[in-house]
Every structure is written in C-alpha cells, then in structure tokens.
Write a protein that binds this ligand. Structure first.
Ligand code: THU
Length: 132
C-alpha cells in the first residue's frame, strides 16, 4: 500500500474517535510530517459549542506540540458522500506551518479528491506577510 493510501486509511480510522454528540458529524484527519511521522486527529465538540475543535486542528496541534512543524500532506475523512473540505480556520492554521501542503479529502466510499492549500486558500496570510 502506498503512503497516500495508508494516510487516508488512518484518517478514516479516526472517524470512530470523534466526539460529536451535537452535530453527529464525525471527521477524521491524518497529518504526514516532513520526517514521515503521522499524527492523527478527530473533531472534539463541546456543550458550549465554540470550544469545539476540528479534526484537522487536533492533528496539527498534536504534531506541533510534539516538535513537528513541517508537513507534507493531510488526509481528511468524513462519513458523507460529499467530500468534507477543511473550514476556514483550519485552512489558516495549515497556512501557518505548511502553505504548500497537499490536502486529500476522503468520502464515505473511500473516494479521494486531491487538492492543495493554495487552491483552498488563495492569497493566504502567513508569517512572511508580517515582515516589513
Ligand atoms: N469539522 C471538522 O472537524 N473538520 C472540517 O473540515 C469541517 C467541520 C467538524 C466541526 C464540528 O464538530 C462538525 O464537523 C460539524 O461542523
């Protein structure tokens, strides 16, 4: 099995870890770092709603907190026929560390859609934009 397929499989496996009592909309993510390590994530909801964190950010924050800051690709799985694209906040969080990251969406049937962050977040604002 190739690396991409394995990453997609890990994202799908994370669907069962999602804590989604309010939306009933599980999302799983698997983030591949530049050194080849993979960090997974799921969405974690909250009774106060706004503290809810998406699967993608769970994975990124796990990786950064373990010393990784360079990422190659992220797979995002949802239990829906439609592909689940990352929300605006997650796109911005990815922009901070990996403006060129490959984003692979996986649907319920295991079909994939390969995108890039520049496609999802054109003219993204990142650390370099603070330089003057
Ligand atoms: N969600 C994610 O985890 N990732 C996405 O890409 C889109 C949305 C979560 C947030 C919330 O728990 C649920 O899906 C419904 O919005």
């Amino acid at each position: 099995m190739d690396e991409k397929t394995a990453l997609c499989q890990k994202a799908v496996e994370m669907l069962k870890m999602a804590y989604v009592p309010y939306s009933r909309f599980p999302v799983g993510a698997a983030l591949e770092c530049a050194d080849g390590t993979v960090f997974t994530g799921c969405n974690i909801e909250n009774a106060a709603y706004t503290p809810t964190v998406c699967a993608e950010r769970t994975a990124v924050f796990k990786a950064v907190s373990e010393g990784r800051r360079a990422f190659r690709r992220i797979a995002i799985a949802a239990d829906t026929e439609k592909f689940c694209a990352p929300c605006g906040v997650c796109r911005q969080v990815l922009e901070e560390f990996a403006p060129e990251i490959e984003v692979i969406l996986v649907n319920r049937e295991g079909k994939t859609l390969e995108l890039t962050l520049p496609e999802l977040l054109p003219y993204g604002f990142g650390p370099k934009d603070l330089e003057r």
